[in-house]
Each structure stands twice: as structure tokens, then as C-alpha cells.
Design a protein around this ligand. Structure first.
Ligand code: SAH
Ligand code: SF4
Ligand code: F3S
Length: 491
């Protein structure tokens, strides 16, 4: 499946360019911004918000770095490889900047995101071309920070003022010129209080903060009004959501989903990433009760060994995880599970790894993401005894990925002959082809006219590929009539 909970991959400026397609002022002296996004979906959401904030400043998105007056790297610090990418990219940007300087054009360079937060001014020390370092909670200040840069200053801003960010960004999202894709992200919660011993997130994003119900509902309503059909609620710990409701009470994620499911046009709701400890009864019931809550849940467990779970500070056992999965499956029998796994956490023996393999065999995932443990500076895991050699990690990762891939193929194959709703999101690779998503987040390719982009259609699956499903439209059905229909096996 294509949507990674976080990734060492990057998305490019396209995350923001679609927002600017219909900008009104297209004069050539418009400022241009190039944003490259690394890491999790929250960074994708933040990159869009940065574009929102920069748009009134006259900035228009470009996908061509050579053309940019401002380059922003929205970075990820989750593993060493992800963080190191930033410096190799900055080397490349230096050359582009020098090239532009020859024709008398300037270029400002900013580093945003989690590496910015974690490394601060160290970044401009290591890469002097960086003019601005801005942490994830300060994007609302971009215009004034850029003014400082224009005065010739090197600027580093790593304050944690998340309430200000939420308040300001909600306001910007009201901008009517924004054009949104049919499936979009909406951040409802940021930060994390869990302090798993391998993880940098509590340090780069700060403690847990939830947006208010009103802020979220307003943004979701605006999204629906601009054609968004599917919203994925985002949070590093999204099911720990505890936002203030209009009456002053505190709502959890289940209650929030109920409210959002009332919004006309928002036919599909998803949320990511969840922690097993925060999966409460109300949220599980939302999967049972609300047809707009999609039958797919990303619920990382990281390890199947009680000893390693404890060392990771996950604060639950494997048995508790199994019990939780049983409760979820009882409430939503057609739900597909996804997870994250780390192999080679300090102290992980062959037996601990086997326990993880056993857990995967018992749970049966629809998809999963897996990583070799990476020592992150400042986290307790980095200095623990029993660091696992790289070749052992690689071997375990290959075994685990083979098992998960088998399960994913089997899950995909089980959709053959089924008919269900597909949200058609964009053009496919070949002419006349569109790509959409199944309720279980599988990409579905089919022949359909472009005019159907943004609609939900009943589709029968006729072929299974290695990464996607192939379907055909079921004729004679109207979008509105079938939206949210329960999937049924065809035969
Ligand atoms: N909040 C989510 C995870 C966010 S980070 C949760 O609690 O599950 C996304 C994934 O990156 C994690 O689930 C984990 O599998 C992986 N990850 C985080 N830190 C890592 C590290 N130091 N080494 C390897 N993988 C890591
Ligand atoms: Fe990181 Fe753990 Fe928080 Fe997830 S719950 S973001 S893994 S500290
Ligand atoms: Fe990476 Fe930060 Fe997201 S470290 S995974 S971009 S929260």
C-alpha cells in the first residue's frame, strides 16, 4: 500500500503546488517557493500550511528548484538515514544557489521540520548556505522570520508555541483560493508524551497538544465544501486526542469522528497514527457504528516480545495487544490492520525476534512498515547495552518483510471478485486510466473518464497486481447512492 505512516521517502513540491494552481497573480515577478517534504504525513500537512502562510506574501509554489527565490526542506529526524538526507540535499542546493547568483538572482534557504527542531543552529554551522532554521511549531512566524533573513540575519526559531500555530493555521486554511485533492490530511493533535525509548518525536514535536473541536470541524467543513471526500486525521498519537468541545467538555477521538461524520460530503474518515494504549471503547465503537470510518487501522506494535516492549517503554504486553485486536475485530470484522515494526532494538535476541514473527503470524496484517533500529541521539535506546550488529538487523528485517509481504499479497488477493466503493483520486499512468483507493487504502486502477475524479464509485475487482488492485466500474450506479456501501463479495 502506498501511504506510509512516515517514510524515508520524500514528496516534492507537488504537495503544495496543487494549492497554487489557481492563484490569481501569475506575473513573472511573483516570488517562488520550492518545498521538499520528508517524513510523515504531518510534514505533508505542514508543508501545505507553509504554502498557505506564504501565499499572502506573494509566494507561488514551484516544482523547479532553479526557479525558486526560497527553498524550504521540511525534514524528518526519525532515523539517521532520514536526517542525513538533509545534508546531501543542502549540498545540491548550494550548487543551484551559486548558479542563480551568476545571473544576479538570490535564493533563500530554509530548513524546517524535525531536523530543524533537533539540531537548531548546528545546521547552519554545518551548512552555511542555510539562512533560516524553523521548528515545526513556528510556521505561522515564517513571514516575519523571512523579513529578518532579508536584513541579512541568520535566523533560528525553535520555540514550542503550538497553540499559536494551531490558531493561526486554522485561520489561513480559510483561504478560498486553495484547491484541495479529494483525499486530504487534517492535523488534529501534535506531539507525544509517551517517550518510547527509541523515538525522537517527543523531543522534536514536544508534548501532546490537541486542537479544539471547533477548529477541526471548521477546517473539515471548509475542506468538504472545496470537494474533499476523504479526510485522514493526523497526530503523532492521534488516538490520544483530547480536544476541547464547544461546551467546555473534552472529547476523545471517537466522539470527534462522530461529529465529523455528520459533515455532508465527507464520506470517508481515517486517522493515523494510533498507539495501542489509547484505543478506547468509544473509538472502537466508532468503527462499528460509523460507515464513514474506513475499515483500516494503523496500529503499530513495534515488537512481539514482552521483554523488548518493556525496554521500548511501550507500556503494554503482547497479550494485551492480542486482546485489543480481538475487541477491534469483533466490532469491525472487515477491518484490515497495519503496523510498524522495529528489528534489532538493543537486547533483541533471536527468540525476541521470533516472538515478533509469531505475533505477525497470529495477527495477519493487511500491510506493515518495518525498520532497522536506528540509534537516535538523546534517546535512552541510543546508549543501551546490547546494541545489535547491522548484519543481524538486516537479516531479521528481510525475514520480517518477506512474511509481511506474503500477508499483504494474500490480503490483496482476497479482494478479487469483490465489489466496493473506490474514491477516484487522480489520473493513472496510462491514458484513460484513473487511480483511487479502496476502503482498505489499497490503490485501485481502472479505466474511467477524468470527470469522475473526486467521486466515489462502485468498482468490481477483476485483477490483482503486486501493489495495486485492478477494477472496473459497475455501471448504472450513481455516486451518491452507493457512497459508503458495505463491501460485499461478488460471488
Ligand atoms: N507514534 C507512532 C510512531 C511514530 S514514528 C507510534 O507510536 O507507533 C513512526 C515509526 O518509525 C514508528 O512506529 C517506528 O516503527 C519507527 N521508528 C521510530 N523511531 C525509530 C528508530 N529510532 N529506529 C527505527 N525505527 C524507528
Ligand atoms: Fe514516538 Fe512512541 Fe510517541 Fe509514537 S508513541 S511518537 S513511537 S514516542
Ligand atoms: Fe519524522 Fe518528525 Fe514525522 S521525525 S516521522 S517528520 S514527526
Amino acid at each position: 500500500m502506498t501511504s506510509r505512516p512516515e517514510a524515508d521517502q520524500e514528496t516534492t513540491a507537488s504537495a503544495v503546488s496543487q494549492l497554487d494552481d489557481n492563484a490569481t497573480d501569475l506575473s513573472s515577478n511573483k516570488r517562488k517557493v520550492f518545498v521538499r517534504t520528508y517524513g510523515c504525513q504531518m510534514n505533508v500537512y505542514d508543508s501545505e500550511r507553509m504554502a498557505d502562510v506564504l501565499s499572502p506574501e506573494g509566494y507561488q509554489a514551484t516544482e523547479d528548484m532553479e526557479d525558486a527565490d526560497l527553498v524550504i526542506l521540511n525534514t524528518c529526524h526519525i532515523r539517521e538515514k532520514a536526517a542525513e538526507k538533509v545534508y546531501s540535499e543542502l549540498g545540491r542546493i548550494r550548487k543551484v544557489k551559486e548558479q542563480r547568483a551568476k545571473s544576479g538572482k538570490d535564493m533563500m534557504v530554509g530548513v524546517a521540520g524535525c531536523v530543524a527542531q533537533a539540531e537548531g543552529e548546528e545546521i547552519s554551522r554545518r551548512a552555511p548556505i542555510v539562512d533560516l532554521v524553523v521548528g515545526p511549531q513556528s510556521y505561522q512566524k515564517l513571514p516575519s522570520l523571512l523579513d529578518e533573513v532579508r536584513k541579512g540575519k541568520k535566523v533560528v526559531e525553535t520555540e514550542f508555541d503550538i497553540d499559536a500555530k494551531f490558531a493561526h493555521l486554522s485561520e489561513r486554511a480559510a483561504n478560498p483560493v486553495l484547491k484541495r485533492p479529494p483525499a486530504a490530511f487534517l492535523t488534529v493533535q501534535e506531539g507525544c508524551d509517551k517517550f518510547c525509548t527509541f523515538c525522537v518525536v517527543p523531543y522534536t514535536r514536544g508534548g501532546e497538544v490537541s486542537r479544539t473541536v471547533d477548529q477541526i470541524v471548521n477546517e473539515a467543513e471548509r475542506m468538504a465544501a472545496s470537494g474533499v471526500r476523504e479526510v485522514t486525521l493526523l497526530g503523532q498519537n492521534v488516538n490520544a486526542y483530547h480536544g476541547e468541545a464547544p461546551d467546555g467538555s473534552t472529547w476523545g477521538l471517537g466522539r470527534l469522528l462522530r461529529r465529523l461524520s455528520e459533515i455532508k460530503g465527507l464520506d470517508r474518515l481515517r486517522y493515523t497514527t494510533s498507539h495501542p494504549r489509547d484505543m478506547d471503547d468509544d473509538l472502537i465503537a466508532a468503527h462499528r457504528d460509523l460507515k464513514s470510518v474506513m475499515p483500516y487501522l494503523h496500529l503499530p506494535v513495534q515488537s512481539g516480545s514482552d521483554k523488548i516492549l518493556k525496554a521500548m517503554n511501550r507500556r503494554h504486553t503482547r497479550d494485551e495487544y492480542f486482546q485489543l485486536i480481538d475487541r477491534i475485530r469483533e466490532a469491525a470484522p472487515d477491518l484490515a490492520l497495519s503496523g510498524d515494526f522495529i528489528v534489532g532494538f538493543p537486547g533483541e535476541t533471536d527468540q525476541d525476534f521470533e516472538d515478533t514473527m509469531d505475533l505477525i503470524r497470529r495477527v495477519q496484517y493487511g500491510s506493515a512498515f518495518s525498520f532497522k533500529y536506528s540509534q537516535r541521539p538523546g534517546t535512552p535506546g541510543a546508549t543501551m547495552d546490547g546494541q545489535v550488529p547491522e548484519d543481524v538487523k538486516s537479516e531479521r528485517l528481510a525475514k520480517l518483510q518477506a512474511l509481511v509481504s506474503e500477508q499483504q499479497q494474500a490480503f490483496n488477493a482476497s479482494r478479487l471478485g469483490m465489489s466496493f466503493d473506490v474514491l477516484l483520486e487522480k489520473k493513472g499512468r496510462n491514458a484513460g486510466q484513473l487511480v483511487g483507493k479502496s476502503p482498505w487504502l489499497q490503490p485501485v486502477q481502472l479505466d474511467a473518464p477524468e470527470s469522475l475524479i473526486g467521486s466515489i464509485q462502485a468498482v468490481e475487482i477483476v485483477k490483482i497486481g503486486s501493489n495495486s488492485l485492478f477494477g472496473q466500474l459497475i455501471d448504472g450506479q450513481d455516486d451518491k447512492d452507493i457512497s459508503g456501501a458495505i463491501p460485499t463479495p461478488a460471488a
